[in-house]
Design a binder for this molecule. Structure first.
Ligand code: FES
Length: 116
């Protein structure tokens, strides 16, 4: 078990968790609702989208373009690009750098981003 802190998000990693490895350590003070793959999910205004994905058991958050290998947020600071998702229809958004807003639509990304 380990405690990690990245910006506003505090998590407790649980190796024996059955549904998700992460949960909030503090209650949500300013609740909002976002949609993760079409499923409503409670979040705190301003928390990172990657934090929401990590605790909502939406892993992997994307598949690699070559080989379709599973990927999930890793560095939580914009360096690894493993957290790419589609947010409000815009693909390849770094979820660790995007702050959650009420009504935001977050979708996992499979393969390459779409070119419009
Ligand atoms: S988690 Fe590494 S860039 Fe977002």
């Amino acid at each position: 078990m380990a405690v990690m802190s990245r910006g506003q998000a505090l998590f407790l990693w649980q190796s024996d968790a059955k549904t998700t490895m992460f949960r909030r350590l503090e209650p949500i003070l300013d609740p909002i609702e976002v949609m993760v793959d079409g499923v409503p999910c409670e979040a705190e205004a301003g928390e990172s989208v990657a934090a929401i994905l990590l605790r909502s058991s939406s892993l992997p958050t994307r598949r690699s373009p070559v080989g379709h290998q599973p990927r999930a947020p890793y560095c939580m600071m914009g360096a690894c690009f493993d957290c790419l998702v589609t947010i409000d229809g815009r693909s390849s958004q770094q979820s660790c750098l995007v702050r959650a807003r009420h009504g935001m639509r977050i979708d996992r990304q499979n393969g390459m981003r779409s070119v419009v």
